[in-house]
Write a protein that binds this ligand. Structure first.
Ligand code: BGC
Length: 384
């Protein structure tokens, strides 16, 4: 009996690890050890926007793990969402001898100076998750299919409200996009609006505030507070006659949190609209379990780290053939050479596939895979 249990546990563990590291190389499951050490340790500079959002911490832990176990040295900076600081951090990593830079920008338009320094020293730059605009210093872009993220959120709303199947009934909705300085935000917005605009134009969906343009619905720095304040103002100004709200398109989980707080305090829990999100942050997954948020779009950050690692390795160590990286990996990854133009030309991009998380599949996707655990208080927390 005990033996059977042990066998079962081992099988489950193997399955969990297999699901969790679904973007590993097909032919080579284990991370390489210190195979490059003889040729001198190469240094990877990783510049992240802020430490205050769970996702960037996760990205760093996956990236560090991949690079360090292959024998690379890693320097990481978080710039507290401060653009000047990010430029300084990048310059510092260049002077510390970085051989390659992996940069998730705060403002995609504002890194030209520090990155031109990198270019003059032949240091390749990988735009990580967010495209960096108007500089020819960027060599590659690694991200998820950002247009698809917005599309998945909007399609969720269409299905949840049964918009194609509810006769003359109309629904009230508000829209909350991301930071207008983040190039991704526009892709998410366009992806969702391409799905929703036909319903808005036909009157099936009423955006009661009338606020639909990207610049008007953008949320500076993806701030929870900023989103909450805007939602509160909208509720007081446009919903005070008792009008109910049926859906909120929220570009990410930080924004969704602000919207959930504003709506719950305004309606005293008597109105639970469809609320979307992105990132599968622990608080938001808890909210999904407790019916306060409807869905989130999950981007398996470990896969983004694997693709970045393979790209770096190809650029630094091999006779670079980065275009074939996706072919060697098990996850759904595509090489795109037409979509992401940063103003100096199209940046070759590696795009991963995002997926929808709801109350129905969070356990299978996020708990059983070892990504999160449920804590003693019933709330979701990071597994390690
Ligand atoms: C990322 C999202 C993140 C947002 C706020 C976007 O560029 O793609 O995953 O929620 O920034 O940090």
């Amino acid at each position: 009996m005990k033996k059977k249990m042990l066998l079962l546990l081992s099988v489950l563990l193997i399955l969990a690890v297999a699901c969790f590291s679904s973007c590993e190389k097909k032919e080579e499951k284990k991370p390489e050890t210190t195979e490059f050490k003889e040729s001198g340790i190469k240094k990877i500079g990783i510049s992240m926007p802020t430490e205050s959002l769970e996702r960037w911490n996760k990205d760093v832990s996956y990236l560090k793990d991949k690079f360090e176990s292959a024998g690379y040295a890693v320097e990481v900076t978080y710039s507290g969402n401060n653009i000047d600081r990010q430029n300084d951090d990048i310059r510092k990593m260049i002077s510390d001898g970085a051989d390659i830079l992996v940069v998730a920008s705060i403002d995609g338009e504002m890194l030209s100076d520090s990155l031109s320094e990198a270019k003059s020293k032949n240091i390749p730059v990988i735009a990580y998750d967010r495209l960096i605009m108007n500089t020819d210093a960027v060599s590659y872009y690694v991200s998820f299919d950002n247009y698809e993220v917005g599309k998945l959120q909007a399609e969720y709303i269409v299905n949840a409200l049964k918009l194609n199947d509810s006769g003359d009934k109309t629904y009230n909705m508000e829209i909350f996009a991301g930071d207008s300085n983040d190039n991704n935000a526009k892709f998410f917005y366009n992806g969702s609006m391409d799905v929703l605009k036909k319903y808005i134009n036909s009157g099936k969906i009423k955006v009661v505030s009338g606020q639909t343009e990207f610049e008007t619905v953008a949320t500076a720095q993806w701030s929870t507070n900023e989103a909450m304040e805007r939602m509160k103002n909208i509720l007081v100004s446009y919903y005070s006659d008792g009008t109910k709200i049926n859906a909120c398109l929220c570009a990410n989980d930080a924004v969704a949190l602000g919207i959930t707080r504003a709506i719950r305090s305004y309606y005293k829990n008597n109105n639970v609209p469809v609320i979307t999100g992105q990132d599968a942050d622990p608080v938001n997954v808890s909210n999904i379990i407790h019916d306060k948020q409807s869905m989130t779009v999950y981007k398996e950050f470990s896969n983004e780290a694997v693709v970045t690692y393979e790209l770096v390795k190809s650029l630094l160590e091999d006779n670079a053939t980065p275009e074939s990286i996706c072919d060697k990996l098990e996850c759904k990854c595509s090489y795109d050479i037409s979509t992401y133009d940063n103003g100096t030309g199209v940046i070759p991009s590696f795009l991963l596939k995002p997926e929808v998380i709801t109350k129905d599949n969070y356990k299978e996707k996020l708990i059983d895979t070892g990504y999160y655990k449920i804590g003693d208080n019933g709330y979701v927390e990071p597994a390690q």
